[in-house]
Design a protein around this ligand. Structure first.
Ligand SMILES: C[S@@+](CC[C@H](N)C(=O)[O-])C[C@H]1O[C@@H](n2cnc3c(N)ncnc32)[C@H](O)[C@@H]1O
Length: 222
């Protein structure tokens, strides 16, 4: 169920959040349960696939266990690259692609320091921003991802505003992301928040709720 949010503009200089370090290693989730993040979200897949009528390049940034990259590689029109900081995630994507006879270029890299960036028709990233250590890294990641979108290309970003029992400073600040999508360069197609429940967040202490509140921004580059 989606609820619209107030799109108040908040300049980064006013944002005081400094994240504590959040564990970046999800390998124990994937080792025990390779599908530990569940199925890819249908709405994200929809925003990626709408309008894909001819061959398109796509990069999934911070691709985790590859739930999006693998699913998208099943579409013959998509040429899929996955960038993931962990070797466990990268290896899992390689293995799954091989098992299914799919082609995914899986690269192990930290998106903040990755310099060999191509431009893609579609750039997707789900669940990265709240994993980064501070707002400067979040800003750098957003700018890096934006630089990887071709003109007329599309970016689809999903990030957490709230995870049960994760501290406020370990989340993405509401409206922070939108700040980087000025109307002169970007056409925002949609920006909304949604809530879901989960039983598979490693850094969530079970408080009986397991709520995740996310924001999703979809934009095209002018
Ligand atoms: C919450 S998971 C989301 C995974 C995947 N996008 C999904 O939706 O299932 C966050 C992922 O970001 C990866 N990650 C964290 N920091 C990163 C960085 N600086 N560069 C690339 N990947 C990173 C983690 O290893 C982890 O796989």
């Amino acid at each position: 169920m989606l609820d619209q949010i107030n799109h108040t503009f908040t300049p980064p200089s006013n944002i005081k959040y400094l994240n504590s370090k959040v564990p970046k290693d999800y390998s124990d989730i994937w080792t025990g349960n390779p599908d530990g993040f569940g199925s890819p979200s249908k709405d994200i897949l929809g925003y990626i696939l709408e309008g894909v009528t001819q061959s398109r390049t796509l990069v999934d940034i911070a691709s985790g266990n590859g739930r999006y990259a693998i699913e998208l590689a099943r579409n013959p029109k998509l040429v899929v690259t996955a960038i993931e900081i962990s070797s466990t995630g990268r290896d899992l994507i390689d293995r799954r692609a091989k098992e299914e006879g799919l082609v995914v270029t899986a690269i192990q890299a930290d998106i903040l320091t990755y310099t060999e960036c191509n431009q893609y028709d579609l750039v997707v990233s789900s669940g990265l921003l709240e994993e980064l250590e501070n707002v400067k890294d979040q800003a750098d990641a957003i700018k890096k991802m934006q630089s990887m979108v071709k003109p007329e290309g599309r970016i689809i970003l999903r990030y957490c505003l709230k995870i049960s029992n994760r501290k406020p400073e370990q989340r993405t600040n509401p409206d922070f992301v939108r700040y980087f999508f000025g109307e002169d360069c970007w056409n925002i197609l949609t920006h909304f928040s949604s809530r879901s429940t989960t039983n598979n967040t490693k850094s969530t202490i079970n408080d009986g709720e397991n709520t995740i509140q996310t924001q999703t921004l979809v934009a095209t580059k002018r």
